[in-house]
Design a protein around this ligand. Sequence first.
Ligand code: NAD
Length: 250
Amino acid sequence: MSAELDGLVAVVTGGASGIGFATASQLRERGANVAVLDRAIDTIPTGAVGIVCDVGVRASVDSAIDEVARQLGGIDIVVNNVGISSIGTIEDADDDEWARVLDINVISMARVTAAALPWLRRSPAASVINLSSVAALNGLPQRAVYSATKGAVMSLTFAMAADHIADGIRINCVRPATVATAFVERMLQNFPDPAAERAALDARQATGRMVTPEEVADAIAFLASPRSGSITGTALDIDGGMTHLRPRAV
Ligand code: NAD
C-alpha cells in the first residue's frame, strides 16, 4: 500500500529533538524521504538522513540544502522548526539578545526556505510549514523577545505564502501551546514541586493538559500533504483551546 508522502522529500530543521524529531518521524512513517538539518545529528529518527547545519549561518544552510538535493534528488517539503527560547522582559534583553533570537527564530526560516526555493518550484506538491507559537497572539509574561519573534514568524508566513502561491508553493504556520517535550520535563525538575508546576502548565490549556509533540507533528504532516492542497497563508492553532477558549486557569 502506498503512503501519502511516498516519493516526496522533506527537510526538517532541528529534527534531532522535541517537535522536530516527532515531525521527522511522522513524515518518514508517511513515506517521505526525510533530511534532518541540525547542529547535532546523533539522535535523529530511523531512516532519516542527518546533515549537520547551523541555520544561523547562510553558507551552512546553502551547503546543507545542496547536500539534501544531491542525496535525495530534490526538495518538496520544508519544516522550519528550529527555534530558541528567550526569557525575560524588554529590560532583560540587550541588542545582542534581540539580534541572536531574531536571527535564529525568524531570519533563519527565510534563509532555509530561500535556499530551497529552486527545488520547491520544481515540486508538484511543495509545502512549507513554519513553527510559530501561541506566543504570537497571547501576551506571555517573561517572554518579550520570544513572543515578538513568533509574531514575526506568523507575518513572514503570510507574506511568503502570498509571494510564492504563483510558484505552486503552499506556506503555512502552526501555533502550538506548551508542548510536553523532554526539554519541558527537564525544566520542571528545577522547581521545588515539579508536579505542581506541571499541573499549572497543564491548566493553561482549556483541555487541561499540555500538547504532545506527536499532536504537533500530526498537524504538520497534514499541512505537508496534498490533503491540505487548498490551505495556504494560514496559521493552525494546536493549543488545547488556550487562545480562543476561556482557559481553566492562568
Ligand atoms: P528543542 O529545543 O527540543 O529542539 C530544537 C532543535 O533545534 C534541537 O535539536 C537543536 O539542536 C536544534 N537547533 C537549535 N539551534 C539550531 C541552529 N542554530 N541550527 C540548527 N539546529 C539548531 O525545541 P522544541 O521545544 O521541540 O521546539 C521546536 C519549535 O517549536 C521551536 O521553533 C519552538 O519555538 C516551537 N514551539 C515550541 C513549544 C514548546 O512548548 N516546546 C511551543 C510552541 C512552539
